[in-house]
Design a protein around this ligand. Structure first.
Ligand code: FAD
Length: 562
């Protein structure tokens, strides 16, 4: 299919024919810049990010309310950082830091462990949370943006990519239909995405044969601190604590065990019995799922972009499904905003798929690998696999690989919207800039991402880029949504109002040495870097990468070794 589910007669130039027979005028906008289909956590995150950038957005969901099913429970520091970018303050929703993830075998004892204690980029490395609360908070955040309109109980029935816009048919809560024209369609419509199917991007990959019963319960005397994977081939059971006296168990079903039977209260209580006094537990949610490890061939087609579960689904063995969706949201949103405001050519949108798809796939592959550890098929396999991993951990290299989470694919790109660099250390173009605390000349403390803001930043490390730019380059930079920020090593003498002192050593000397300049995208990916004396070139080449009219044609980046 070519992405045209349905076509309606209409004027392609004006986009929309108001008064088309068969639909009624409604209070929903009929013309927006971005239509987001799906107001789950990923759609809501995209809406927040677009709202912060002032993009005229309509977000719809066919459900009247937030889904209450037991789903995501763990988030990593990257997800929390993106939620910070989306506008959520620390403490906006309850989290519980997880110090360790332990893998337990009935035959080899604790055969693997991940040390998740501490923080990275200003956020705990691993937390548990309550998804409906996060979604509620995200929706409140969306509500603060005047340019974002939300409509629940509204289903998208079909759409048509007209080349210069997308036209969508919506079924409103009262059963009537209406049409909306948007410059871009963001499909956050979940695993069963009708948009993905319509643009011919069927999922490829694996669906697991096993089903899992997910049980959430609350008990006052909860004593668990760590996430534990009980990798018993007889009944693998991940078990984890969550905020507010909550706890989760995931029980793998045996062949022949039916969904209905497993969701019965009596069955659940029998399964929970080994974990304490079941009378003290309040079972709040239970559901049987079958897991999938699947993604599609392209995240974008024409004016349509898939995000979150619509683009990829992963078993929750590494807690990365929603996290991957949030990475999609951060990567795509600013690119849409820049194109819509004319600060970038629409070619930059191609880099969304180039950058995000390989990383999403790498996370799915990691989840599949962990699946082998968590659910060995037999006692012999369990002894072999768990024993081998335990033995390997004697070697410092392998221990660090697991324990210090080096096994987790880095959020850096091989190809995409960045310039190559010959540097070997610091933050390389295509990777995330670290975040630390910075202090202004007047003593104000702030996380560095908040200082960089939703802008394209020329970040001078112990140097002032402005002093090295001619007037016309400065104007071009500002016209492209560019700003200049200067950060100095800790203890430097205050120089002027735009001075920020790096209190954490993660920017200078961490990300770059004194005298270097980094070009940082609004999603905090480093786009370019060079010496202060090369500022003119950095600006020129960055604008070219953005495809700004009048700039030289951007050069496609060769693949970089991982
Ligand atoms: C048991 C389990 C445990 C998990 N654990 C973790 C974890 O620990 N960490 C983690 O990161 N992830 C985890 N995940 C994955 C995570 O829950 C999902 O990745 C995430 O919820 C997907 O969000 P989404 O916004 O992409 O999709 P969804 O939340 O599914 O939202 C899609 C929305 O689109 C709407 N919609 C669909 N079609 C239409 C239409 N035609 N018109 C209008 N609206 C439409 C739906 O009503 C829905 O609200 C887990 C998942 C499961 C099942």
């Amino acid at each position: 299919m070519d992405g045209r589910l349905r076509r309606w007669s209409g004027d392609r130039k004006t986009g929309f024919r108001v008064g088309f027979s068969g639909w009624r005028m409604s209070s929903i906008s009929t013309q927006v810049d971005v239509l987001i289909v799906g107001y789950g956590p990923v759609g809501a995150a995209v809406a927040c990010l677009l709202g912060k950038l002032g993009v005229r957005t309509l977000v719809i969901d066919r459900s009247a309310d937030i889904l209450q099913m037991p789903r995501a429970i763990a988030l990593d520091n990257e997800a929390l950082r993106i939620l910070q970018m989306a506008g959520l303050r620390e403490g906006a929703f309850q989290v519980r830091a997880i110090p360790r993830v332990r893998y337990l075998s009935p035959y080899a004892g604790e055969f693997a462990r991940i040390n998740s204690c501490g923080s990275l980029d200003g956020h705990p490395k691993l937390v548990t949370f309550y998804q409906p609360e996060l979604e509620r908070v995200l929706r409140e955040c969306v509500g603060r943006h005047a340019t974002v309109e939300t409509a629940t109980g509204v289903e998208m029935l079909g759409f048509s990519d007209l080349g210069d816009s997308v036209r969508a048919e919506l079924k409103l809560a009262d059963g009537t239909t209406t049409f909306v024209a948007a410059r871009y369609l963001v499909a956050a419509d979940g695993a069963g995405s009708m948009v993905r199917k319509a643009i011919g991007q069927d999922f490829q990959g694996r669906t697991y044969a096993e089903e899992w019963l997910i049980v959430d319960a609350e008990r006052p005397d909860q004593a668990l601190d760590d996430i534990e994977f009980i990798c018993d081939p007889r009944r693998p059971t991940p078990h984890m604590p969550a905020p507010g006296q909550r706890e989760r168990w995931e029980f793998m079903l045996h062949p022949g065990e039916s969904r209905e039977r497993m969701e019965e209260e009596g069955t659940v209580r029998t399964l929970l019995a080994p974990y304490g006094n079941v009378q003290d537990m309040k079972i709040t949610r239970k559901a049987v799922y079958r897991f999938h490890a699947r993604t599609c061939e392209r995240f974008s087609r024409g004016r349509v972009h898939l995000v979150g579960d619509a683009a990829h689904i992963t078993p929750p063995f590494v807690g990365q499904g929603l996290v991957a969706g949030l990475r999609d949201a951060a990567n795509l949103s600013w690119k849409l905003a820049w194109v819509l405001r004319g600060s970038a050519g629409d070619g930059v949108l191609e880099s969304y798929d180039t950058e995000r798809r390989p990383h999403a796939k790498a996370m799915i592959d990691l989840a599949r690998f962990m699946g082998h550890l968590i659910m060995p098929r037999s006692r012999i396999k369990a002894c072999l696999v768990h024993g081998t991993v335990r033995a390997l951990r004697v070697l410092p290299y392998f221990r660090a690989y697991f324990d210090d989470l080096r096994i987790k694919p880095k959020n850096s790109f091989r190809e995409g919207l960045f310039a190559p660099s010959s540097r070997r250390s610091g933050s390389l173009p295509g990777s995330w800039l670290p975040q630390g605390m910075v202090r202004s000349g007047d003593g104000t403390l702030a996380p560095s991402d908040d200082v960089l803001g939703d802008r394209l930043v020329l970040l001078g490390c112990g140097a002032d880029p402005a002093a090295h730019l001619c007037e016309s380059s400065m104007r071009a930079w500002q016209a492209a949504g560019g700003a200049i920020v200067r950060v100095e090593p800790r203890g430097s003498e205050a120089r002027g109002a735009s001075f920020w002192e790096d209190l954490s050593d993660v920017l200078v000397p961490g990300a770059a040495t004194v005298g270097r300049v980094l070009v940082v995208r609004p999603d905090k990916t480093v786009m370019h870097e060079g010496a202060t004396s090369e500022c003119e070139r950095l600006v020129r080449e960055s604008l070219a990468l953005l495809g700004i009219p009048g700039s030289p044609t951007p050069v496609r980046q060769p693949a970089r070794a991982p």
